[in-house]
Design a binder for this molecule. Structure first.
Ligand code: GUN
Length: 285
């Protein structure tokens, strides 16, 4: 079998068009969604991500601001900015780009953002609501995974899903979202004893470990769906996922490429979360 390639770029472009149409409707009713992205320091990868987020806002009609703060910013200075943004009526979403410089406390920053503006879905209240199945902001990358599965016609009900990686912002919410769709979910991590066995038993594999090609193609069950969240840059400059793509493609029924799979979905979901927040605050739901 050779897998169908799940085209994240195309699916993301379609979602962005829908978002732009919704933003235009809201603007016509007097509400323009607004997002602020805060970046601290000079991390080059973060600079690129933030630039892309601001550009995506402009393309869909969302108002955005970028606040750049120096590497030497103190915790108090950063929290003061967050508090000010919490109180601004024209701002519906606050995103503080991670990672922060080492002297800053990321958890404290997340918790300082009012949950109503937590478009990253990182706040403990947002995660708690996800756990109990209440409407909430969902972390953008796992939210994008669910859209890719839905758009690819994958029904998770009763399926065996293996999530590899247990980060708070990706692996855990991905597992909860699959559970909410009635999948039987196995969460694997660095201490898992028989990773090939768990991956090989899965109808859907979601890889979010951040290690280049650690999931071998010959572990994948014939006909499984493979969602690769990893984006790893090799020494030779190539970008690869967490799954060995060429060999996995020979066994899977559908697979996301890296780049061009999950990556493009993340920003689309950030825009959706911002629009959802704006609609709520303006009573336009
Ligand atoms: N750094 C890498 N991805 C993300 C993200 O989705 N949100 C934030 N805040 N920082 C990130």
């Amino acid at each position: 079998m050779t897998a169908r390639i799940i085209d994240g770029k195309a699916i993301s472009a379609k979602r962005r068009e829908q978002i732009a149409a919704r933003v235009a409707e809201m603007v016509a009713k007097g509400k323009r969604p607004g997002l602020v992205v805060v970046i601290v320091g000079e991390d080059p990868a973060s600079q690129v991500y933030v630039r892309n987020k601001v550009k995506a806002c402009a393309e869909t009609g969302i108002y955005s601001e970028k606040i750049e703060m120096p590497e030497t910013t103190t915790q108090e200075e950063l929290l003061a900015v967050v508090h000010e943004l919490n109180g601004r009526d024209d701002i519906d979403g606050i995103l503080v780009q991670f990672p922060l410089p080492g002297h800053l406390d990321e958890d404290a920053v997340i918790e300082a953002i009012v949950p109503e503006k937590d478009v990253d879905g990182f706040h403990p209240e947002s995660i708690g609501r996800l756990v109990v199945g209440k409407d909430t902001f969902v972390s953008c990358t796992p939210a994008g995974v669910m859209v890719l599965l839905e758009e690819s016609g994958v029904d998770l009900s009763g399926k065996e899903v293996c999530v590899v990686g247990r980060s708070n912002n990706v692996g855990k919410p991905a597992a909860l979202l699959c559970l909410a769709q009635n999948a039987t979910v196995t969460m694997c991590h660095s201490r898992t004893r028989d990773l090939p066995g768990h991956v090989g038993a899965a109808d859907v594999v979601i890889a979010a470990v951040g290690r280049p090609e650690m999931i071998k193609g010959d572990w994948i069950k014939e006909g499984a769906v493979v969602i690769d969240i990893g984006i790893n840059r090799l020494d030779d400059g190539r970008l690869v996922g967490d799954v060995e793509f060429e060999t996995a493609k020979q066994r899977a029924s559908a697979i996301t490429p890296v780049p061009g799979g999950v990556g493009p979905m993340t920003i689309a979901m950030l825009l959706e979360n911002t629009v959802m927040s704006a609609a709520r605050s303006a009573g336009l739901e």
